[in-house]
Design a protein around this ligand. Sequence first.
Ligand SMILES: Nc1ncnc2c1ncn2[C@@H]1O[C@H](COP(=O)(O)OP(=O)(O)OP(=O)(O)O)[C@@H](O)[C@H]1O
Ligand SMILES: [Mg+2]
Length: 396
Amino acid sequence: MLTILIASEQTARLAEIARLCAQCGSFQTLALTEAPARIASHASQLALADMLVIAHDSMGPAQMQGIEAMRQQHPELPCILITDAVEPELLIKALRTGIRDVLAWPLDQNQLGDALRRLQAASTQRRRRCARLVSLLSCKGGAGVSFLTGNLGHALAAQGGKRVLALDLNRQFGDLVHTICDRTPPATLPDVCAQIDRMDAAFLEACLTPVAESFDVLAGAADPIKAASVRKEQVEWILSLALPHYDFVLVDAGQAIDPVSIGVLDRSDRIGVVLQPTIAHARTGRRLLDILRALHYPDDKVRLVLNRDDRRNELDRASLEQICGTPVWQALPEDAATVNAAISHGEPVLAMHRRSAIGRALQSLATQLADAGEPEPRAGGEPSSLRRLLLRVKAA
Ligand SMILES: Nc1ncnc2c1ncn2[C@@H]1O[C@H](COP(=O)(O)OP(=O)(O)OP(=O)(O)O)[C@@H](O)[C@H]1O
Ligand SMILES: [Mg+2]
């Protein structure tokens, strides 16, 4: 999926262009609140884009100079300009700086669609290092999503030598960071979202909690009130900044199926549905799996992760798989003594009890993930899952 960076000082204009772009095809849009005169200073945002749309009401000399400076630094980035008055003189100047199209504001959706298609034909998805994105979620509270996300991240970094970020997307009481370390996070997800306009890779790094070498956590919202301000586009921005810097980004999606989490699940290479071997977990797990199927995630992307597996399971493995309609991908053992000791010390399991049952299971899961190779290239041109789900609901 191509990423369009939309830059404008005017936030209403930004939102309207993002809305129209989404209607023109399957693009990922990122917003940058900035005037053309200063756009060249946003190198890390520009590096994330495959196409650039710049919008400003009037294009004076300072604005054009800003665009020229940006074009010199990023000559390969195809660009459209949107402005109020499209005078012939402006057209000539814009085309000289290498801008492909100049459109008039208010925007005509068909004209924008045609311009984006021309840009798309000229652009190639820029090759960037990209982490594998793995999301864990559950159908019931206390399934073990935060514990597994944090400890799997640590196992991938400590044992597999991978660079890992764990992102706590849980919007109830995000506590992932406290399951593996006792540091106070410098910032949380809502703090980062509140400053998204000035966020770049260096600023994001300063907001992370370093848990171990090559393993960082972006702490979750401390409470649901703060979490209410987190929006889908902001989380997409954060992912776009983080993915090029890590080998793995693991997301604790909690129990949420909403636009924010669906945006992340859409981009995930793998989705782990965490449940425990009980009838209640199997029943609600089945409903969650059905929703993920309705979102058209392929079966090999969605995997069942059985946590707290024990000889005395309330529900045996075969019955659980039958209710869920899918086999268990990974089973992690019940190991209350080790897990509780690690959580109460604020340490990852592998730092304390490497040879415990849960420690060995985490190492095996980390090895499987690390050995699974590079992610498949993401297909372009598909509507997002949220849109597909809404279309289905409308049609029903
Ligand atoms: N494999 C395990 N063996 C024993 N205890 C476990 C195991 N996994 C998790 N637990 C226990 O379950 C508790 C809840 O785990 P965790 O906080 O990760 O669940 P969660 O799905 O994130 O819950 P929430 O819905 O509150 O976000 C942990 O504090 C730990 O005590
Ligand atoms: Mg949790």
